[in-house]
Design a binder for this molecule. Structure first.
Ligand SMILES: [Zn+2]
Ligand SMILES: [Zn+2]
Length: 401
């Protein structure tokens, strides 16, 4: 690809009609000010539906607190692609000094989904003005933070005809106008497990009459540290973390059981399987050596996101057209956070992008911090890049069909 000129976010923003710009900013601020938790996004969904209709989108389907809007393409029979923006907030007390800070106590848009929802609406407006070859489904997805919203949308069947999907996340490690669209791993799988260690209780002064689950818990936790260190190929990242441990109520009583809970993160399906298998194996055998039974239950979370080559190529071409290829940045250090966009990517190809959201000279504030907010111009960059992803993917899929 030949080098394209660097385009500042202000230029991208000027590509939007002025009245639309101010409506989008008002929409983002309203969503930010009235955040709603996963699967409770009732007002948010109403606001988004009204904004889509105001832009001229007619075909809108409600799926619980989510929406799927169909933006017509130039041909009814051309392949359909989708864009996704998530819409839910987090149980965090906001500590920004934004004039439109949350008015809902203990609830906050600390992950930037207020911006994702807005750029999805903005992308719909762009695609109405300059359609893709085929229809584009704009998915406003609830409950990303609980890892369950994408499945709800998929189970509705609304995306059955979709041939490729694109989405993005604001990221303050990158300045507004910068975009990451890297092939390969982008987010980790995030599964939870609980290990119940069942022994038998006794007087604390008579340990020989017990099968002490607290000593077993200590041994199991230390042995679990060898799973990543000794079982996982060091060339691939993974995490095993015990985040909670509960046992006993009194200093002079050995309890009958102990409960550990933790999370396993991996970026490759094979390492995910291996880690979960080894955690169970190590816990059972170490506990058994101490006369304690280990029962592990596993709560599957989101799979990893691994951006495939072809769809990532479409996304890179789209980003280069919008911001110039010098503003296409490498992800750098992989973050082992989870992202439920992965559920779509299990069913169809696509690409998940990072969209720079730090104002020039601004601070790097991590998502899920009470001070997190995304720079407003990231709305326009995200919308323009995603709309262009849809056009390029649609054209490539049409040429093939
Ligand atoms: Zn989040
Ligand atoms: Zn998020």
């Amino acid at each position: 690809m030949s080098a394209t000129a660097v385009v500042g976010p202000e230029v991208v923003e000027r590509g939007f009609p002025k009245s639309l710009r101010s409506e989008l900013i008002a929409l983002r601020r309203a969503i930010h000010q009235h955040p709603e938790l996963s699967f409770a996004e009732h007002d948010t969904a109403n606001r988004l539906e009204a904004a889509l209709r105001a832009c001229g989108v007619e075909d809108i389907r409600r799926i619980g607190t989510g929406l799927v809007a169909r933006v017509p393409g130039r041909s009814r029979t051309a392949p359909v692609v989708a864009l996704r923006g998530d819409i839910d907030a987090l149980p965090i007390q906001e500590a920004t000094d934004l004039p439109f800070a949350s008015v809902n106590p203990g609830v906050m848009h600390a992950c930037g989904h207020d911006v994702h929802a807005t750029w999805a609406v903005a992308a719909a407006a762009l695609l109405l003005a300059e359609p893709a070859d085929g229809d584009v489904l704009v998915v406003l997805q609830p409950a990303e933070e609980t890892g369950t919203g994408a499945l709800k949308i998929l189970e509705s069947g609304a995306l059955d005809e979709v041939r490729a999907i694109f989405g993005g996340h604001v990221d303050r490690r990158f300045e507004v106008g910068e975009v990451v669209a890297d092939e390969g791993p982008l987010a980790a799988s995030a599964d939870s497990f609980t290990i119940e260690l069942i022994g038998s209780g006794a007087h604390a002064a008579r340990p020989h009459e017990s099968r002490d689950p607290i000593v077993a818990a200590a041994a199991v936790i230390m042995a679990l540290q060898t799973v990543v260190a000794r079982r996982l190929n060091p060339a691939t990242p993974g995490v095993v973390t015990i985040g909670s441990i509960h046992a006993g109520n009194a200093p002079n009583v050995i309890p009958a059981s102990a409960t550990l809970a933790g999370t396993v993160r991996a970026i490759e399906p094979a390492s995910r399987e291996l880690l979960l298998h080894e955690v169970r194996q190590v816990a059972e055998s170490v506990a058994a050596g101490l006369g304690v039974e280990s029962r592990m239950t596993f709560e599957p979370g989101t799979p990893p996101i691994v951006n495939p080559a072809e769809a990532t190529g479409w996304a890179r071409a789209a980003a280069a057209l919008v911001v110039g290829d010098r503003r296409l940045k490498p992800l750098g250090i992989l973050n082992l956070g989870g992202e439920d966009f992965a559920h779509y990517m299990e069913r169809m190809p696509g690409c998940f992008l990072r969209i720079g959201a730090r104002e020039p000279g601004g601070e790097v504030i991590p998502a899920h911090s009470a001070r997190f907010h995304a720079a407003e111009p990231s709305i326009f960059v995200g919308a323009a890049v995603l709309a262009q992803c849809a056009r390029i993917a649609s054209a490539a899929l049409t040429a093939r069909s």
